[in-house]
Design a protein around this ligand. Structure first.
Ligand SMILES: Nc1ncnc2c1ncn2[C@@H]1O[C@H](COP(=O)(O)OP(=O)(O)OP(=O)(O)O)[C@@H](O)[C@H]1O
Ligand SMILES: [Mg+2]
Length: 253
């Protein structure tokens, strides 16, 4: 199976991790599984929105690779075994956590082993969703050469959208084959004033960044985050999810 790859981009704090969690919820509900969720943010937090405890990160495995291998095992076999063990298996999706990137004195060829293992691992999934920080470097480390859906998340302002357009351009020289880009304007006030809506539409016009949706700010999401409940358990009656699902229907069906 060749998985479809979903990745996130956007300025800090715009809602990349939140929207990653909602995409996972959506894909599970639509039976578009199995999914591999990759938390590629060194400040790991996707697991929190899914209410999962992390045991091992890829960063830690990388350190283990420096030492002696168990007898009869090559480094790439060892890496693959360790990755399998570190993945958190849930119903419909698995979670893999990257952890800290290479620091000084890194065992950098570990990234080659990781890339090799990813090729084999990827075949098990229908979707791979990577929640990253603003940068895209993780995608090259993971050996994901093409991105089927790149979500660029913006705050609800004309200036925010200009930033999103800039980020969208930065992805071009990265040798990443991005098939579809989707702009999400997140945390919009309800009701959306015609002025703001006009500004958003104006900022989107003439850009190669199609607007996939304007998602409202949601008290239910904030409540879920504060109480530490999984976003997967949010009720589908939450008004925001209706808007989000309508946007995802157009993208994933
Ligand atoms: N639609 C929304 N309604 C209410 N709160 C939201 C919404 N989207 C995101 N948030 C809140 O905004 C904050 C930042 O969201 P999130 O962590 O998803 O952003 P991020 O882009 O992943 O940030 P970072 O760049 O730090 O990884 C969180 O507290 C989250 O709960
Ligand atoms: Mg995040």
């Amino acid at each position: 199976m060749t998985p479809k790859v979903i990745a996130m981009a956007g300025k800090g704090g715009t809602g990349k991790t939140t929207i990653s969690a909602l995409i996972i919820k959506y894909l599970i509900e639509k039976n578009l599984t199995p999914i591999l969720a990759v938390d590629a943010d060194p400040n790991v937090n996707l697991n929190e929105l899914l209410n999962l405890e992390i045991t091992t990160t890829i960063g830690e495995i990388r350190k283990d690779l420096k030492g002696d291998m168990p007898s009869g095992m090559t480094r790439d076999q060892f890496m693959e075994m360790k990755i399998q063990q570190s993945i958190i298996e849930e119903s419909g999706f698995d979670l893999m956590v990257m952890g800290m990137p290479d620091g000084p004195g890194c065992y950098c060829s570990a990234n080659q082993y990781l890339a090799m293992s990813m090729d084999r691992l990827a075949e098990n999934y229908r979707y791979i969703i990577v929640d990253n920080e603003a940068g895209m470097e993780h995608l090259s480390r993971l050996n994901l050469h093409s991105i089927d859906h790149l979500f660029i998340v913006s705050d609800p302002s004309a200036r925010g959208i200009l930033t999103a357009r800039r980020i969208s351009k930065i992805t071009e020289p990265l040798k990443l084959d991005v098939k579809n880009k989707h702009l999400i304007v997140n945390r919009a006030p309800t009701p959306l004033s015609p002025e703001l809506e006009g500004k958003i539409n104006e900022a989107v016009q003439d850009s190669d960044l199609p607007l996939a949706g304007i998602f409202p700010s949601s008290d239910e999401l904030i409540h879920q985050e504060i109480t530490g409940g999984s976003y997967l358990e949010l009720s589908n009656d939450v008004p925001m999810l209706k808007t989000v699902w309508a946007a995802f229907d157009k993208i994933f069906s």
